[in-house]
Write a new protein. Structure first.
Length: 151
């Protein structure tokens, strides 16, 4: 992965993690981030990010928000992030993620030895990495990170 793409992906993932609490209550944050990044990062609140890939399903639940991050030096290099809240437990949510992505034709990716607890999937077009984490009051969040598959 080239340095510019790695930097953009790192910034977008960090933005998703930091902004998750903010996205649920502050609609004005969308414009602030869009302006501050020159449009490279486009947050969304209450809906999937702009141009979310239609072939990537998300689990049922409340769409909290997300973002679309584009590498300014390579506009075809994009990362979409979506955060879905569910009234469920972690294992049931992981199973729902696996079922929906498998049904859409995605295959699991071997991550033996990887230092992360994530659900990795890919097809010929997209690579999807989903993190499922417990929340408050019997809720969980499923955070989807989607990039174009690079072979």
């Amino acid at each position: 992965m080239n340095t510019a793409r790695r930097s953009t992906l790192t910034i977008a993932i960090a933005a998703a993690l930091v902004l998750t609490p903010l996205l649920s209550g502050c609609g004005g944050i969308e414009g602030i981030i869009g302006q501050a990044t020159g449009g490279a990062i486009q947050p969304s609140v209450g809906e999937l990010p702009n141009a979310w890939p239609a072939e990537v399903p998300v689990v049922d639940g409340e769409i909290i928000g997300g973002n679309k991050a584009t590498d300014p030096e390579n506009e075809s290099s994009t990362l979409w992030t979506a955060i879905i809240g569910r009234n469920d437990d972690v294992e049931a949510t992981k199973a729902a993620v696996a079922e929906s992505l498998s049904a859409a034709g995605f295959e699991t990716v071997d991550t033996a030895g990887a230092p992360i607890d994530a659900l990795p999937y890919k097809n010929a077009t997209y690579t999807v990495l989903v993190f499922v984490a417990p929340g408050d009051n019997d809720t969980v969040t499923a955070t989807y990170n989607v990039t174009e598959t690079v072979e």
